[in-house]
Design a protein around this ligand. Structure first.
Ligand code: BGC
Length: 396
């Protein structure tokens, strides 16, 4: 019940009570309706003195960004802001154009989840010249001094949770080589700065067991470059796993014990490949991240073992409070966490995220492990999802 429900109630009561131009932020995360359009400006016009917020999301094709976009839009609108929300179809040029348009529309604040972290330097220097503050949302935007803050989850911890899950499930103990296991890695998009954090978190956690030979990687594909999946694409992840299965697991003897996948879109492809092409009789452990509906269904059906859940509703709340403070001309720091009264864990980090122009101050929320066992408690009882028969449906 706790966190989100309390927040939803707070939102209903607090909605519209504080105008966008001022006031402390809220801790209210409500579940707004989905939006199919590429650019959405529908709904509340700014109240007097209100502000215009531009939100640039990467794509609707990866489930979570639909939730992020609608949560963010609802949060800022409830404070009386006008919102322009764009989705760029995972096309870098399109995102540059979308941001150019938002700048031309004279937004007062930009919230950007980059498709390619390296490709926004020019357009964001225009934002800087126009005095538009920028929040780098979820994915760190590289090579620019135009962003003031980064807001995300602890990306390294996501990978650590996946790695630790594998250790716990297999009951691995350092020094105990009585049984060895085979693992394959599927990492994320090399253009996404998060992807290396996820991979390194998992790899660093599992490395002692790999070094001791307790975990083996028959494909030999041990580096991020080898395991990466452009655009986090499900089909690419499936094709790669089919190749690995054909090349290293087709002798009928080599068992695949673990498919460590950085997120749910890649886990979906890997699960499909294993379903169609794996000859073994065991069920490999498959990890994921996001709590996408199809993956939660696979967890219910025993095809995927876990997902790392990141409450994007809370990420939107944190972004709102940060954004409102910035719109008020403040320079938020660690104190924002306390003054906002968030009911979720968040740390202020001024060390980990260097975008090659310097360290970007970061607000990092806490991810959690979701399995078949705790799914109802963590996702349904908290108000993020509803039950739809045996399966879960996201409230967005
Ligand atoms: C996000 C993940 C997501 C991935 C693909 C990453 O930047 O942090 O939650 O799975 O992008 O959409």
């Amino acid at each position: 019940m706790k966190k989100l429900l309390a927040a939803v109630l707070a939102c209903i009561m607090a909605a519209s009570m504080v105008a966008c131009s001022g006031g402390e932020g809220g801790q209210n995360a409500a579940a707004p309706a989905g939006d199919e359009s590429t650019t959405s400006t529908e709904g509340a016009a700014p109240k007097e003195g209100g502000k215009l917020v531009g939100i640039s999301m990467p794509t609707k094709s990866l489930e979570r960004w639909n939730r992020d976009g609608s949560y963010l839009e609802k949060q800022f609108k409830d404070k009386g802001c006008e919102v322009k929300l764009t989705y760029s179809d995972n096309k870098i040029d399109q995102q540059v154009k979308d941001i150019e348009n938002l700048i031309a529309d004279k937004v007062n604040l930009l919230v950007v989840a980059a498709i390619d972290g390296e490709s926004l330097s020019n357009v964001l220097s225009n934002a800087k010249s126009a005095n538009i503050p920028v929040i780098s949302y979820d994915r760190l935007i590289m090579n620019t001094d135009a962003i003031s803050y980064y807001i995300s989850f602890d990306n390294y911890k996501v990978g650590q949770l996946q790695g630790q899950f594998v250790i716990d499930q297999l009951g691995l103990k350092q020094g105990d080589k009585s049984k060895t296991y085979n693992i394959e890695f599927t990492a994320g998009d090399p253009a996404d700065n998060n992807a290396t954090f996820f991979f390194n978190g998992a790899m660093d956690t599992l490395k002692p067991y790999i070094d001791e030979g307790i975990l083996k990687i028959p494909s030999g594909q041990t580096t991020f470059q080898q395991a990466g999946t452009a655009a986090w694409d499900t089909k690419k992840a499936m094709d790669r796993m089919q190749n690995i299965l054909a090349s290293y697991y087709s002798d009928g003897k080599t068992q695949l014990d673990v498919a460590l996948c950085s997120n749910d879109s890649t886990a979906l492809g890997v699960t499909q490949a294993i379903g169609s092409d794996y000859k073994g009789t065991n069920k490999p452990i498959i990890t994921g991240q996001d709590g996408d509906e199809a993956n939660l269904a696979n967890i219910v059906d025993g095809k995927q073992s876990m997902t790392v859940y990141k409450a994007v509703a809370n990420e939107a709340v944190a972004t709102l409070d940060l954004g409102m403070a910035m719109l008020d001309g403040k320079k938020p720091d660690k104190g924002l966490i306390e003054s906002s009264g968030w009911e979720f864990d968040c740390s202020y980090d001024t060390e980990s995220y260097d975008n090659e122009k310097g360290i970007v101050p970061s607000y990092l929320l806490d991810p959690i492990i979701v399995t078949k066992e705790n799914m109802k408690k963590e996702l349904v009882d908290t108000g993020y999802y509803t039950m739809d028969g045996d399966y879960l449906k996201a409230k967005n």
